[in-house]
Design a protein around this ligand. Structure first.
Ligand code: FNR
Length: 364
């Protein structure tokens, strides 16, 4: 196969994200793969992540639970026990060996859980006691956190961040997107509290910002990113004014000087369903003072366009990076891409659809 390298590929230009020197702008988006049996990352993840690592490339690990109340899906990893930290270490080492920069996405699902995933079969926690409408069975009714309990959950994020650094990660991405706990607090469709964590925008964002502050305090602002999806309504977490929410958050985040803000495009109302919407992240990009990452439905051409126009600094790719371990190389050569197979996103067969997507083959 012969391919001439195009003269200029904006996605392949270097970029300085705080103290990290990135050699290109193509980021691995966080991708849950449900192959961490018993919430412990498995050795095959060493191969999976190192396949996707490149010198100076930023990878974000899959959503990783901060505590034993954080989980809501089978076989997703955690980072609250020594065993989990030790299991992450060789994975992080392998990414570093290839020169990659690796952030861990730290996560609490809140009400997107049920008693089966909770210690002692207790109710999942949230900002509310309203269950998801399709989860009306008794085991999925969340328990509204008492005001005094909230600092304990903030502290779980702090400890998870410390553990991530202990495992060798370069930093953490706080998962504030997609209808999980932090997003549940932020969105007015979910948050029905009457204390200082509910009501006004300022109050609804308080929990998210307390988590940011605690994590920054623990590991330093230059190692902290956050993912937000103000426009998404996944898991019934929509907001009546997503623009105001997104802008409030980026302005508040400016105070902490964090490494990056990673925003999901408004068109991703559902996680992987792309709709055309006349909305843009531009006002938030302009207001945010750190590195801006955008994600959701990007291909090579559109990624290059948004880098050239300075709409964003970096572009995160989910499904096509999942299916193309050598994505930066393929983009460099404008090579054809492998198609991703949805059937194996979360399958329990370890290698299939995980580490077996082919690399580019050259004839000579
Ligand atoms: C995701 N997504 C996701 N998002 C997130 O913040 N944490 C996660 O763990 C996951 N897990 C996950 C698993 C799988 C299999 C998919 C397909 C998606 C969302 C993902 O990061 C990204 O935002 C979307 O896939 C949209 O981007 P693409 O795929 O259009 O580039």
């Amino acid at each position: 196969m012969e391919m001439a390298a195009p003269k200029s590929v904006p996605l392949l230009t270097s970029y300085k994200m705080g103290k990290f020197d990135l050699s290109h702008r193509i980021v691995l988006a966080p991708l849950t793969r449900q192959r961490s049996y018993g919430n412990v990352p498995q050795p095959l993840a060493i191969l999976y992540y190192s396949q996707r690592a490149s010198k100076g490339g930023l990878l974000i690990a899959e959503a990783t639970g901060v505590s034993d109340t954080a989980q809501g899906y089978k076989d997703t990893p955690g980072i609250w026990t020594k065993e989990q930290v030790e299991a992450w270490t060789p994975i992080v080492d392998a990414v570093h060996e290839k020169g990659g920069i690796f952030f861990c996405q730290i996560w609490h699902v809140g009400r997107v859980s049920n008693t089966d995933f909770q210690p002692n079969g207790q109710a999942p926690i949230s900002c509310t006691n309203k269950p998801l409408s399709h989860q009306l069975q008794a085991n999925a009714i969340p328990r509204r956190l008492e005001t005094e309990e909230i600092p304990l959950v903030v502290n779980d994020f702090r400890l998870a961040a410390r553990n991530a650094i202990e495992a060798g990660f370069d930093g953490v991405e706080i998962h504030g997107a997609h209808g999980y706990l932090i997003d549940q607090f932020m969105k007015d469709q979910v948050n029905d509290r009457t204390d200082q964590y509910g009501g006004s925008l300022e109050n609804r964002c308080r929990f998210a910002l307390e988590v940011v502050e605690a994590v920054v305090d623990e590991i330093g602002a230059d190692r902290v990113g956050i993912r937000l999806s103000p426009f998404a309504n996944y898991s019934e977490a929509g907001d009546s004014n997503p623009e105001a929410l997104g802008l409030y958050m980026v302005n508040a985040l400016n105070k902490y000087g964090i490494a990056y803000c990673h925003m999901v495009e408004p068109r991703m109302i559902k996680i992987v369903e792309k709709l055309e919407v006349p909305k843009s992240l531009l006002p938030m990009r302009k207001a945010f003072k750190g590195t801006f990452i955008t994600a959701g439905g990007y291909d090579r051409e559109e990624g290059n366009d948004v880098i050239s126009s300075s709409y964003t600094d970096l572009v995160a790719y989910g499904r096509i990076f999942l299916a193309n371990p050598d994505l930066p190389r393929r983009f460099e050569l404008n090579a054809p891409l492998n198609k991703c197979n949805r059937e194996t996103f979360y399958t329990s067969d370890p290698a299939v659809g995980y580490t077996d997507y082919p690399f580019l083959q050259f004839d000579s």
